[in-house]
Design a protein around this ligand. Sequence first.
Ligand code: UDP
Ligand code: MG
Length: 316
Amino acid sequence: MKLSVVVPCYNEEAVVTRFDAALRAVLERLGVAYEVCYVDDGSGDGTLARLRGLVQRHRATTRYLSFSRNFGKEPAMLAGLRAATGDAVILMDADLQHPPELIERMLDLYQLGHDQVVAKRDRAGDRRLRTALSRLYYRAVNTWVDVELTDGVGDFRLLSRKAVDALLSLPEYNRFSKGLFSWIGFDTVTFDYRNAARGAGETKWRFGSLVNYGIDGMLSFNCRPLRLAIYAGLGLAALATVYTLWIIGAAVVGGVTAPGYVTLVAIIVGLGGLQMVMLGLIGEYIGRIYYETKRRPHFLLKETDGPPPAPEPADV
Ligand code: UDP
Ligand code: MG
């Protein structure tokens, strides 16, 4: 069998060479046939030069793709999956947070017949607030969204050819891999590992981008949040009816008095806010439709050392 390792890299010049050496040491020790496919996601530093160097040194087992600009990790992973030719593909980060030593374990589990072998990290080293927020988020997603997401489970995983082909058959423009992995199903096995600190360089995540990623996760899979909006609207309408009846009753019994200015303002502001949220929600879905209908490619290649990866799936 042949193993492909797909590695998205964005501004990883400080660590990618070290990563490559560590990865190669493990792969050579395991004695499997392999290829490493680096995807330079439009890095602004010396990453591309490093990748060219790596390919020159290990021409038989290494290749790289380079994007015309930074498209994001999702398109980078997609490009790597398209380029990969192995019977199994491992996705991993270039920053040594995904320890190459775990590949042996993944291969063992793959040989047992699993189609997805998932490495689940603990949250050692994360801030306590981030851990708590994540836990809350996953609980919310799993109640409201159809697809099952697990905390600590990321992109570090081995996929069988079957699973890779399934992923590649999904043509959507907005790709939320965490959900797609779970959506395609197949025989999945998870094992735990200890979270490692970044080898060098810094994370590309800011708090804002995490929040946006979270919203993506909620909206990428179904329209259940819209259903939630309907329920909220119905609930509020019911409350309003009861309250109105109560006020009328009170007026009949005790005559008309006119306090309640604060209540009024609070209700107006509250309802206004709620309506804006709902509008935004609808807008998000429409925005997604807008992007899907444009049918733009997920990424544009600037250069690569070999044949370009398989083209986008044909329009349907
Ligand atoms: N990455 C990428 N494109 C981006 C952002 C990140 O290809 O726009 C790559 C990055 O080079 C790394 C991996 O995705 O190999 C994970 O990124 P990072 O370490 O910043 O994320 P974290 O580990 O903090 O979740
Ligand atoms: Mg990282």
